[in-house]
Design a protein around this ligand. Structure first.
Ligand code: NAD
Length: 250
Protein backbone atom coordinates (compact mmCIF):
# COMPACT_ATOMS: atom_id res chain seq x y z
CA UNK A 1 0.00 0.00 0.00
CA UNK A 2 3.02 2.30 0.04
CA UNK A 3 3.81 1.91 -3.67
CA UNK A 4 4.79 5.29 -5.07
CA UNK A 5 5.67 6.68 -1.64
CA UNK A 6 9.23 7.61 -0.73
CA UNK A 7 10.52 7.30 2.83
CA UNK A 8 13.62 8.73 4.49
CA UNK A 9 14.53 6.82 7.64
CA UNK A 10 17.35 8.50 9.53
CA UNK A 11 19.77 6.30 11.44
CA UNK A 12 18.71 3.27 9.42
CA UNK A 13 22.01 1.47 8.97
CA UNK A 14 21.33 -0.48 12.16
CA UNK A 15 18.87 -1.27 14.93
CA UNK A 16 15.37 0.20 15.00
CA UNK A 17 15.84 2.40 11.92
CA UNK A 18 16.87 -0.56 9.80
CA UNK A 19 13.86 -2.56 10.96
CA UNK A 20 11.56 0.38 10.13
CA UNK A 21 13.18 0.77 6.68
CA UNK A 22 12.73 -2.96 6.02
CA UNK A 23 9.08 -2.86 7.10
CA UNK A 24 8.24 0.17 4.94
CA UNK A 25 10.08 -1.40 1.99
CA UNK A 26 8.11 -4.63 2.43
CA UNK A 27 4.93 -2.58 1.95
CA UNK A 28 6.19 -0.95 -1.22
CA UNK A 29 7.84 2.31 -0.14
CA UNK A 30 11.02 3.48 -1.87
CA UNK A 31 13.63 3.89 0.86
CA UNK A 32 16.37 6.41 1.52
CA UNK A 33 18.69 5.08 4.19
CA UNK A 34 20.84 7.31 6.39
CA UNK A 35 23.49 6.54 8.94
CA UNK A 36 27.06 5.48 9.41
CA UNK A 37 28.70 2.11 8.99
CA UNK A 38 30.99 -0.09 7.03
CA UNK A 39 30.85 0.71 3.27
CA UNK A 40 30.40 -2.94 2.27
CA UNK A 41 27.60 -3.40 4.83
CA UNK A 42 25.83 -0.29 3.57
CA UNK A 43 26.20 -1.44 -0.05
CA UNK A 44 24.56 -4.74 0.97
CA UNK A 45 21.64 -2.93 2.63
CA UNK A 46 21.18 -0.70 -0.43
CA UNK A 47 21.01 -3.84 -2.59
CA UNK A 48 18.62 -5.61 -0.24
CA UNK A 49 16.19 -2.69 -0.14
CA UNK A 50 16.85 -1.17 -3.57
CA UNK A 51 17.52 1.93 -1.51
CA UNK A 52 19.47 5.15 -1.79
CA UNK A 53 21.76 6.08 1.10
CA UNK A 54 22.90 9.38 2.56
CA UNK A 55 25.83 9.36 4.94
CA UNK A 56 24.95 12.84 6.23
CA UNK A 57 26.03 13.56 9.81
CA UNK A 58 22.78 14.83 11.30
CA UNK A 59 24.53 16.80 14.05
CA UNK A 60 25.50 19.20 11.23
CA UNK A 61 22.68 21.48 10.00
CA UNK A 62 24.37 22.15 6.65
CA UNK A 63 24.73 18.40 6.09
CA UNK A 64 21.00 17.90 6.78
CA UNK A 65 20.13 20.67 4.33
CA UNK A 66 22.42 19.13 1.70
CA UNK A 67 20.92 15.67 2.25
CA UNK A 68 17.35 16.94 1.91
CA UNK A 69 18.24 18.86 -1.26
CA UNK A 70 20.01 15.81 -2.73
CA UNK A 71 17.25 13.29 -2.07
CA UNK A 72 14.34 15.50 -3.17
CA UNK A 73 10.73 15.27 -1.98
CA UNK A 74 9.80 12.57 0.53
CA UNK A 75 6.36 11.40 1.65
CA UNK A 76 7.37 9.61 4.84
CA UNK A 77 9.99 10.95 7.24
CA UNK A 78 11.15 8.79 10.10
CA UNK A 79 13.36 10.77 12.49
CA UNK A 80 15.16 7.95 14.21
CA UNK A 81 18.91 8.61 14.42
CA UNK A 82 19.98 8.88 18.01
CA UNK A 83 22.74 8.33 20.50
CA UNK A 84 23.10 7.87 24.24
CA UNK A 85 25.66 8.82 26.87
CA UNK A 86 25.50 7.70 30.48
CA UNK A 87 27.17 9.88 33.14
CA UNK A 88 26.21 11.95 36.18
CA UNK A 89 25.42 15.58 35.28
CA UNK A 90 28.55 16.91 37.00
CA UNK A 91 30.74 14.60 34.88
CA UNK A 92 28.71 14.88 31.65
CA UNK A 93 31.00 16.25 28.89
CA UNK A 94 29.56 19.57 27.63
CA UNK A 95 30.31 18.67 24.00
CA UNK A 96 28.44 15.37 24.39
CA UNK A 97 25.41 17.23 25.74
CA UNK A 98 25.44 19.46 22.62
CA UNK A 99 25.85 16.48 20.29
CA UNK A 100 22.97 14.52 21.80
CA UNK A 101 20.64 17.52 21.68
CA UNK A 102 21.64 18.12 18.03
CA UNK A 103 21.16 14.52 16.92
CA UNK A 104 18.25 13.35 19.08
CA UNK A 105 16.21 16.58 18.90
CA UNK A 106 17.38 19.35 16.55
CA UNK A 107 17.98 17.02 13.57
CA UNK A 108 14.31 16.04 13.64
CA UNK A 109 13.30 19.71 13.56
CA UNK A 110 15.57 20.44 10.59
CA UNK A 111 14.44 17.39 8.61
CA UNK A 112 10.80 18.27 9.33
CA UNK A 113 11.09 21.91 8.30
CA UNK A 114 12.57 20.76 4.98
CA UNK A 115 10.15 17.85 4.40
CA UNK A 116 6.84 19.45 5.39
CA UNK A 117 6.39 21.82 2.39
CA UNK A 118 6.17 18.92 -0.09
CA UNK A 119 3.91 16.90 2.21
CA UNK A 120 1.50 19.82 2.62
CA UNK A 121 1.48 20.43 -1.09
CA UNK A 122 0.88 16.74 -1.84
CA UNK A 123 -1.90 16.60 0.76
CA UNK A 124 -0.40 13.45 2.27
CA UNK A 125 2.51 12.80 4.55
CA UNK A 126 3.66 10.82 7.54
CA UNK A 127 6.24 11.91 10.07
CA UNK A 128 7.25 9.41 12.70
CA UNK A 129 9.70 10.31 15.43
CA UNK A 130 11.47 7.59 17.37
CA UNK A 131 11.20 9.01 20.87
CA UNK A 132 11.64 6.70 23.87
CA UNK A 133 10.15 5.76 27.21
CA UNK A 134 12.58 8.48 28.22
CA UNK A 135 10.29 11.00 26.46
CA UNK A 136 7.82 10.33 29.29
CA UNK A 137 9.90 9.41 32.34
CA UNK A 138 13.52 9.84 33.39
CA UNK A 139 16.37 7.65 34.54
CA UNK A 140 19.44 8.96 36.33
CA UNK A 141 22.67 9.63 34.40
CA UNK A 142 20.91 10.20 31.06
CA UNK A 143 20.33 13.95 31.28
CA UNK A 144 20.94 14.87 27.63
CA UNK A 145 19.01 11.89 26.29
CA UNK A 146 16.02 12.41 28.56
CA UNK A 147 15.96 16.15 27.82
CA UNK A 148 16.16 15.56 24.05
CA UNK A 149 13.48 12.85 24.13
CA UNK A 150 11.10 14.97 26.22
CA UNK A 151 11.81 17.67 23.61
CA UNK A 152 10.93 15.41 20.71
CA UNK A 153 7.64 14.57 22.42
CA UNK A 154 6.76 18.29 22.48
CA UNK A 155 7.99 18.86 18.93
CA UNK A 156 5.83 15.96 17.75
CA UNK A 157 2.70 17.52 19.25
CA UNK A 158 3.48 20.99 17.89
CA UNK A 159 4.16 19.75 14.37
CA UNK A 160 1.02 17.56 14.48
CA UNK A 161 -1.13 20.63 15.15
CA UNK A 162 0.52 22.64 12.38
CA UNK A 163 -0.02 20.06 9.62
CA UNK A 164 -3.28 18.49 10.78
CA UNK A 165 -5.41 19.97 8.00
CA UNK A 166 -3.09 18.90 5.20
CA UNK A 167 -3.41 15.10 5.33
CA UNK A 168 -0.12 14.91 7.19
CA UNK A 169 0.25 13.21 10.57
CA UNK A 170 3.09 13.47 13.05
CA UNK A 171 3.48 10.86 15.77
CA UNK A 172 6.11 9.53 18.12
CA UNK A 173 6.90 5.93 18.94
CA UNK A 174 8.37 5.43 22.38
CA UNK A 175 10.14 2.12 22.81
CA UNK A 176 11.38 0.79 26.09
CA UNK A 177 14.62 -1.18 25.85
CA UNK A 178 15.28 -2.66 22.43
CA UNK A 179 18.39 -4.82 22.09
CA UNK A 180 20.47 -2.75 19.63
CA UNK A 181 23.98 -1.32 19.44
CA UNK A 182 22.78 1.74 21.37
CA UNK A 183 21.85 -0.39 24.38
CA UNK A 184 24.92 -2.62 24.09
CA UNK A 185 27.15 0.48 24.06
CA UNK A 186 25.74 1.94 27.28
CA UNK A 187 26.34 -1.17 29.37
CA UNK A 188 30.00 -0.42 30.27
CA UNK A 189 29.23 3.18 31.35
CA UNK A 190 26.17 2.06 33.30
CA UNK A 191 28.33 -0.57 35.04
CA UNK A 192 30.69 2.25 35.98
CA UNK A 193 28.04 4.82 36.98
CA UNK A 194 26.17 2.30 39.16
CA UNK A 195 29.02 0.02 40.27
CA UNK A 196 27.31 -3.04 38.80
CA UNK A 197 28.25 -6.13 36.77
CA UNK A 198 27.02 -6.59 33.19
CA UNK A 199 24.36 -9.09 34.29
CA UNK A 200 23.16 -6.73 37.03
CA UNK A 201 22.84 -3.91 34.49
CA UNK A 202 20.82 -6.11 32.11
CA UNK A 203 18.51 -7.57 34.76
CA UNK A 204 18.37 -4.90 37.49
CA UNK A 205 18.52 -1.73 35.36
CA UNK A 206 17.29 -2.53 31.85
CA UNK A 207 14.78 -5.37 32.19
CA UNK A 208 13.78 -4.20 35.68
CA UNK A 209 12.01 -1.29 33.93
CA UNK A 210 9.93 -3.53 31.68
CA UNK A 211 7.12 -5.43 33.40
CA UNK A 212 7.12 -7.98 30.55
CA UNK A 213 10.82 -8.71 31.38
CA UNK A 214 11.48 -8.85 27.68
CA UNK A 215 13.39 -6.59 25.32
CA UNK A 216 11.29 -4.99 22.59
CA UNK A 217 12.17 -6.28 19.12
CA UNK A 218 13.14 -3.77 16.39
CA UNK A 219 10.55 -5.47 14.11
CA UNK A 220 7.79 -4.52 16.60
CA UNK A 221 8.63 -0.87 15.97
CA UNK A 222 8.69 -1.47 12.20
CA UNK A 223 5.17 -2.90 12.33
CA UNK A 224 3.85 0.10 14.26
CA UNK A 225 5.50 2.52 11.82
CA UNK A 226 3.74 0.71 8.96
CA UNK A 227 0.40 1.05 10.76
CA UNK A 228 0.93 4.78 11.26
CA UNK A 229 1.35 5.12 7.48
CA UNK A 230 -2.02 3.46 6.75
CA UNK A 231 -5.15 5.42 5.85
CA UNK A 232 -6.79 3.91 8.96
CA UNK A 233 -4.25 5.91 10.99
CA UNK A 234 -5.16 9.25 9.40
CA UNK A 235 -6.66 10.46 12.67
CA UNK A 236 -3.76 9.27 14.77
CA UNK A 237 -1.97 12.59 15.09
CA UNK A 238 0.26 14.06 17.78
CA UNK A 239 0.27 10.77 19.67
CA UNK A 240 3.15 9.21 21.55
CA UNK A 241 2.86 5.43 21.33
CA UNK A 242 4.55 3.50 24.09
CA UNK A 243 6.03 0.12 23.19
CA UNK A 244 7.70 -0.51 26.51
CA UNK A 245 6.21 -3.65 28.04
CA UNK A 246 4.31 -1.49 30.52
CA UNK A 247 7.29 0.53 31.84
CA UNK A 248 5.53 3.91 31.74
CA UNK A 249 2.24 2.49 33.04
CA UNK A 250 3.78 2.22 36.51
P1 NAD B 1 21.62 2.12 16.87
O1 NAD B 1 22.86 2.60 17.53
O2 NAD B 1 21.48 0.68 16.52
O3 NAD B 1 21.33 2.99 15.57
C1 NAD B 1 21.58 4.36 15.51
C2 NAD B 1 21.59 4.80 14.07
O4 NAD B 1 21.86 6.20 14.02
C3 NAD B 1 22.69 4.13 13.23
O5 NAD B 1 22.21 3.91 11.93
C4 NAD B 1 23.80 5.18 13.25
O6 NAD B 1 24.70 5.07 12.15
C5 NAD B 1 22.96 6.43 13.16
N1 NAD B 1 23.68 7.62 13.60
C6 NAD B 1 24.43 7.80 14.72
N2 NAD B 1 24.95 9.03 14.76
C7 NAD B 1 24.51 9.66 13.64
C8 NAD B 1 24.73 10.95 13.09
N3 NAD B 1 25.48 11.86 13.72
N4 NAD B 1 24.16 11.25 11.90
C9 NAD B 1 23.40 10.33 11.24
N5 NAD B 1 23.17 9.10 11.72
C10 NAD B 1 23.73 8.77 12.88
O7 NAD B 1 20.47 2.58 17.87
P2 NAD B 1 18.91 2.23 18.01
O8 NAD B 1 18.74 1.63 19.35
O9 NAD B 1 18.39 1.54 16.81
O10 NAD B 1 18.34 3.70 18.11
C11 NAD B 1 17.50 4.29 17.15
C12 NAD B 1 16.60 5.30 17.83
O11 NAD B 1 15.78 4.61 18.77
C13 NAD B 1 17.33 6.38 18.64
O12 NAD B 1 16.68 7.63 18.46
C14 NAD B 1 17.18 5.91 20.06
O13 NAD B 1 17.24 6.96 20.97
C15 NAD B 1 15.80 5.29 20.00
N6 NAD B 1 15.50 4.36 21.09
C16 NAD B 1 16.25 3.25 21.26
C17 NAD B 1 15.93 2.39 22.31
C18 NAD B 1 16.70 1.15 22.58
O14 NAD B 1 16.49 0.54 23.63
N7 NAD B 1 17.57 0.71 21.69
C19 NAD B 1 14.87 2.70 23.16
C20 NAD B 1 14.13 3.84 22.94
C21 NAD B 1 14.47 4.67 21.88
Amino acid sequence: FLNGKRALVTGSTSGIGLAVARALHEHGAAIVLNGFGDDAEIAKLKDELGADHSGADLTDIAAIEQMMADIGPIDILVNNAGMQHVAPIEDFPAATWEKIISLNLSAAFHAMRLAIPHMKQAGWGRIINTASAHSLVASPFKSAYVAAKHGIAGLTKTAALEVAEYGVTVNAISPGYVWTQLVENQIPDTMKARGMSREEVINDVLLAKQPTKKFVQPEDIGALAVFLCRDEAQNVNGANWSVDGGWTAE
